[in-house]
Design a protein around this ligand. Sequence first.
Ligand SMILES: [Zn+2]
Ligand SMILES: [Zn+2]
Length: 510
Amino acid sequence: MTPSLPHPPLQPTVPTVPSAQLAPPAATPLARLPLQIGTTATWSAARAAVALFPGLAFLGGAVYCVINAVQKDVPPIAAVMLTAMVALPGVMLTVYAVTHLIAAVKTRASDLLLYPDGILVDGGYLHGHRIGWRELQPPFAQIEDTSARRLTLWRIFLFFVTLLLTKGRRIYSPVEPVRIWRLHVWQAGQKRLVAETERPIERDSMAAAAASMQAVVQGQRYVEQAPVIAQQILVCHACGGPAVPDDAPAVTCAYCRTAIPMPPQLRQQAAGVKAMAQSRETTAKMIAKLRDQPRATRSNGWLLVFTLLMFAAWPVGWGIIAYRVLGDGFQLLDALFLALPLAAVLGGFFLARGRLADRGALQMLTLGFGALAPRRDGEPSRCRRCQGPLPHAGTGGVAPCAYCGAENIIGLDLRPGLDPARTDQHTFDAALKTRAKEKLLWAVLTGVAVIALLGWAAGTAFYIVGQDDDAPAKPAKVVPTPPVAPAPRAPAAPPATPAPRSPAKPPAHR
Ligand SMILES: [Zn+2]
Ligand SMILES: [Zn+2]
């Protein structure tokens, strides 16, 4: 990749700061936009984990019905009806699970990195894919707002309830339209799908990514609209350049070095903003931490771990039950324990979702607080609210506006448009509060999840210990994570004996 191609409209849209800081190496992206936060993928993984094993169990039940019918000479019509009633939910749940598993892989977290010479997708199913700016053709990048008909759990349930209650007279369809958004780019005459989502928060990211790409390709980086908050901007009387206020009798013009006298009121304002900025060092640190957070691939790693936990809970849990049922027959309590892996799925989902709070916050900061690009190269970046020139803070730095007091992040956003999200909020406080709230919510739910997992482990241990007193050994461990030690209760049992490997299959119906 050679970043030094002379191509006027595609020059780095880096906010202008002293020229020594310009010309970023190809390794430094101009901007990083979270394309997919990972919420769609997490939901899909959990849905697949809920439905797959119950679906397979129904299918196993259908096979059992066929075998039973053949062996016991059941009348053909009754046998077919029964098999169909058991097989149908099995097929639906399995299809539902597989569809969502594929969707989870497709919609996993991804970032879009914008470089001087093109874009790079990090994470997601286009991971590592690079497209040069010159390869993009009109309309460059667009969001498609469409809907697709998909199986939903609620609809599958409704389908069966209506099928059974109305005896087939008024059946609800198990599929329903789901609204989805897709981000496409036009590369070398081809329309390429970059990302797909069904969650509005990810749609917003994708729309921002499309707007940024269009802006960079077309060289429109300067906002033409009038500022949302009108402010009297102080300009240099010699060259007309905008002045960045400071707590001093005069400031030097950045372009012609003329001294610009500060009106007392503006000077006071600048002093106030300066003092406020100093008192907000913790905020700035928090912003820096969010900005420099690990990339999307890390989130995907965590999602994979928790997805494996959600899926592994079924064969492990059911294997133990199957082992017991084979020992002394099916009892009513066994049916109850069949549902216990659901607790593990819930736990895995909460843990995975909790890891996404910082990605959501980064998206909020990028879309809500990015400073506007300078009007001309060499000028300072401008405030997203009043378009006043901002003090120098470096790419990714926090710059408070001396005119209106709004906080800006330099160079995160390359869009030349003023959407409401960008001009709404004065300070980061609301965004950081949302993040803190979300973190708290998922921390509480994670706590619930851990309790659910412990409950699952303890329930399974109790189930083994309570009903299987004459078993030679008991499993010492029932869940892969977290470290749980189900206390060996039975006095005579040798504690260190390894657990018998249970078959990793749905329960045997015998
Ligand atoms: Zn000047
Ligand atoms: Zn401002």
